[in-house]
Design a protein around this ligand. Sequence first.
Ligand code: ZN
Length: 267
Amino acid sequence: MPFTAKLIDDKRNPNMKHKTQPSATQMRAAVRLAEKELKIAAQILEWEIGDIWGHVGVRLPQDEGIAVQMFRRPESGKKDWLVHFDYELNKLGGVGTPPREAAIYTGIFKARPDVNAAVHAHAPMCVALSLADKAVSCVQMQSDRFGRGVPIYPKPIYILDAAEGADLARTLGQAVAVMIKGHGIVTVGKTIDEACMCALRMERAAKIMAIAQLFGFKGVSDEFIEQLSESKEKLFSRQRNTMTHSADWNYYADMIKKGKVWTRGWT
Ligand SMILES: [Zn+2]
């Protein structure tokens, strides 16, 4: 488990608590690591989704608040918009102000103790499908996490206060993502890597679905889902090296480090 997620879990689950609390140095290291990952995730998704108004957030160690990084680059001479705030949306530190839709994070993090990170983006193809009430679902190997379709939040609104954040979290339920009709998506994960890759895969799955539907695709059969999940189980039963991040994350993080961009799906 990544260090940040571990510190958060220790606080939430007393059974997992160490005999000693993490030191201030450990806490600072966890925050630095989380901020580094937020920056990478924001860069991956800004390019991949083409949305400068999206953001990515993570619980702070010990669940003392939330850190959110905007996708958009800072104005010249200014630092990245990376802000820390508490569950009442008071700024705790960092640069900028809590995003207008900060209630997405507070609502979901309160409702889902299993979730440590979330992404909000205005992913265009997901928005297109939401308008047609087509939920992003499992249509190929890399979209199996979406199962028979993620929930769609029916109101085309900004998520601006605690009531709307809680309402969105109720629609999300135990799913990995939710589509907000005519607005965008929210994806969640135990780690920043997981929430980020979920958003990347979701927009690509939406593009595949949209193209396939032009050719008459009406959705996959139960047999398709069964065969795919059996094959995936077989694949993962083979021994692999354990990695702290997904292979996808390592690939994109390396491209960013080298200052390169990659080919996006269908674009
Ligand atoms: Zn939004």
